[in-house]
Design a protein around this ligand. Structure first.
Ligand code: PBG
Length: 337
């Protein structure tokens, strides 16, 4: 066989993967993963007052809103088809304390926002963050004693916080504190008080990450934080431990589990999804969002395209839903096609 025959166009190469990429319609036809508006959870920040919006400097495009403006914004997100928001309160320093008692006050900012939203926009789900960092004077997610975050004492406060949110009408309780045993105790507390349909979304594999910086600015906890969160949040070096965390949280009654942050932990998302086959969420966190915005502001990348590519990456890794500050942008882009 001559070399020229061997290289004839008829036989080389027979398989051309580029055929299916040749037209938009085939690309659509063979797409393996699809990001839709149903996959999006929009994290929002609520502040005291009326008719006021405050931009978050380290998160371009993100604003803290008073309850009235937040209600309008969430209604808009609902009109775009966004199924759920994640609610975070910005708590003034006068309401912060060593024991974080404000966290479970029935009329605190968080609970007033939940009531207002559930009255005005009942069709949009609310995922309520449960952790003490907005409420502690030291910015940690739990009760600090002898230089150590006390586990069991904190879990009792978290259960009260979760119950107060459930009583205000929250749909999903989402503990982001990383204490041991909190899912079980919160489940029992909710069930014993008649809230058996309130869902539990566990921040099951939450890492001690550098990517939370802008969030701590947004909720005004960064300046208060002493030290780091490494005695309760996970070591970025570990994956087996993430599976152990997820297994325990499922046993204790979690309905959904979350991996956080997102992009640097896509391998963890994939292992969790493959191992447990349960609803798996990821948090595309503040620092990841800020990086996209900062690069786009410098003209270094296209925010819209990079955002959709990033969110599609989460779907590919096995996510059922993604918490992202770009949720409204993504919903608009998906609608425009
Ligand atoms: C705290 C909490 C954090 C985030 C959500 N809940 C920060 C932290 O653990 O310090 C971060 C979210 C983000 O960075 O977007 N319980």
């Amino acid at each position: 066989m001559s070399a020229s025959h061997f290289r004839s166009p008829a036989s080389f190469p027979r398989t051309r993967l580029r055929r299916n990429r040749a037209d938009a319609w085939t690309r659509r036809l063979v797409a393996e993963h699809r990001l839709t508006v149903d996959d999006l959870i929009w994290p929002v920040f609520v502040i005291e007052g009326e008719n006021r919006r405050e931009p978050v400097a380290s998160m371009p495009g993100v604003e803290r809103l008073t309850i009235d403006l937040l209600t309008e914004a969430v209604a808009g997100a609902g009109d775009l088809g966004i199924p759920c928001i994640a609610l975070f309160p910005v708590v003034g320093s006068d309401a912060k304390s060593e024991d974080a008692a404000e966290a479970y006050r029935p009329d605190n900012l968080m609970n007033r926002a939940i009531r207002a939203l559930k009255t005005a926009v009942p069709q949009v789900g609310i995922l309520g963050d449960v952790a003490l960092d907005p409420y502690t004077s030291h910015g940690h997610d739990g009760i600090l004693r002898n230089g150590y975050i006390q586990n069991d004492e904190t879990v009792e406060v978290l259960a009260r916080q979760a119950l107060s949110q459930a009583e205000a009408g929250v749909d999903i309780v989402a503990p982001s504190d990383m204490m041991d045993g909190r899912i079980g105790l919160i489940r029992d507390r909710l069930d014993s008080q008649g809230h058996e349909l309130v869902r539990l979304c566990s921040y099951a594999a939450k890492y001690a990450s550098a990517f939370y910086g802008p969030f701590r600015d947004a909720v005004n906890s960064g300046g208060f934080l002493k030290g780091d969160k490494k005695t309760y949040q996970m070591n970025p070096a570990n994956t087996d431990e993430a599976l152990h965390e997820v297994a325990l949280d499922l046993q204790e009654g979690a309905d959904m589990v979350m991996v956080k942050p997102g992009l640097p932990y896509l391998d963890v998302i994939r292992r969790v999804k493959d191992t447990f086959a349960v609803p798996t969420f990821a948090y595309h966190v503040s620092g990841e969002y800020a990086m996209l915005r900062a690069a786009a502001q410098n003209g270094w990348l296209d925010y819209d395209k990079a955002l959709l590519e990033t969110l599609t990456g989460f779907k590919r890794a096995g996510c059922d839903a993604i918490l992202t500050y770009g949720a409204v942008d993504a919903a608009r882009l998906l609608k425009e096609g």
